[in-house]
Every structure is written in C-alpha cells, then in structure tokens.
Design a protein around this ligand. Sequence first.
Ligand SMILES: [Zn+2]
Length: 305
Amino acid sequence: MSKVITVTGEIKSEEMELTLPHEHILVDFIGVDKTGKHRYDSEAVKKVMLPYLLEIRDLDVKTFVDCTPMYLARDVNILRELAKQTGLYILTNTGIYGREPYIPQYAYSSNPDELANQWIKEFNEGIEETNIRPGFIKTAVEAGKFTDIEKKLIEAAAITSKETDLTIATHTCFGEKALQILDVLKDYEVDPQKWIFVHANIEEKIELISQVAERGAWISLDGIGQGQDDNILMILETLLEQDFHSQILLSQDAGCYFVGEENGGDIRSFGFLLTDFLPKLQERGISEEIIHELTYTNPAKAYSI
Ligand SMILES: [Zn+2]
C-alpha cells in the first residue's frame, strides 16, 4: 500500500485528497553563507502565514507540499506547528538546491554517495534533531549544459530515490535540461515517474514539454496566478489533447513569508487555484473527472512511496 510522508507523520496516499503540490510557506534568498534561524522570528512567521493556510483549508485543500529546500529556510518545526494548527498535511523535503548562492561548500568536495547518505539519513532519522522526515527530494538546476555540481546533485538525488523511493522534484524550467536530467536518472535506473519537471510552464516550446511527458515524467505547471495563466491553459490543453492527463500537476508557487522583508513582504494567497483557475477549466469544458485527477489523484501518485 502506498504512503506519503508528511511533517506530522505517514499517511495513506489516498488521504492526501485535494493537494497543492508546489507552494512555499517561508523562503530566505540571502544565500547559504548567511541564512539561518537567527534571520527570522518563527512566532512571527507562523502568525503571518496561519491565515493563508486556514483560507485553503476552508477551500477543502487537505495537503500542502512545501518546496522550500535546505539553506533557503526550510524550517520543519514551523511546518509541523502550522500543520497541527490547521489540520493540513504538509510535506517537506531533503536535498540541495543546485543554484548559487545556495550550494554549501561541502557539496563541491563531497561525492554523490556522501551527499545521498546525508539525505537518506534525514529520511531514516529525521531532519535537524527532529523526527520530521522528508516527503520528497528537492533539487535545482540552471539553464544550459550540466555543470559538474548540478550533475553530482542529480546523481545524489537518484541514489537517494533508489534507496528511499522518494520522488525527486527539480527546479528545471527548461525542456532541454529536463531531458538531460532524465538521461542521468536512466543511468541510475530511476523510473521517470519518480521525477517532477518543476516550472515546466517556463519552457516556451510546448513540443519540448511533450517530449519530457513522453518519457514518463511529471509535468508541474506551477506558475498559476502569476499573470501567465493563458499560457498555462494553452500548455495544459495541449497536454490533455496528447493524453498526458495522468502526468500533470497544477500549483502556484505562491506564498510566502520572505525573510528579510517587513512582515514577510508581499505574500500571494494559496487560494487562487481553487477560486479562479479551476472554474476556468470547467468553463473551457474540461471534465470534472479530469479536474479531479489533476488535483487529487495525480499529486497523490506523484508523492507516494
Ligand atoms: Zn517553488
């Protein structure tokens, strides 16, 4: 029976129900050298973010996937307390975000196995002295050809996924890079269904997005509510016509409390997908069955182990 790991423990996959598969509660963009818990007041963060989570709970959202990685203010204690206060299931992640200035020095001097062992340890024992375990692996790449560090981090993710069955979500944005990542995963015999093409909606060539879908990966259209919805609708309808309905994830990359900004800065609601975007899909004749698959079934499959 498949399960999902949340910050408040394991659940059955079908308990995820209505899910936002790529959002953020808290992010600190200052970089690996300066970030840390001293940079924010966790009580203030919780107080600011609680109403945003209550809003989506009241819109029937059951599960919230928090995609903030290590060294960008992944704070599992905050996530757990907010999960308890709202009754939402929240997922957090392990892994290293492979873009500067977020890559720690030790990642350059470690090999993929050493990095994977650190992440597998988080999976087995919990994150930072807690018993909170990651529900997926988060990595990131830039555009263009693989750099050594990017490839190493993808290899470490592959090793971790093979060992734990956790799904890998990679900030990728571009189809060419997605195909390169899938080649590395293939070398490690990681099933493409264990990989999420994050920010796929940034890719301008739909045929490249389709090629990635053809390989079996998850296509994350996670920029909803950022002024690009017509484009996202076009990508979505194209992928649906091509029968990729069982590989698509919809989310907003919304939130969040921005560390260093007054009261967390300009926070975007998590409710837009439910209140504005899904009704648009209905208007365009997309069936209830497909909408249910996109928002319930697919996230549960994508994050199941
Ligand atoms: Zn994100």
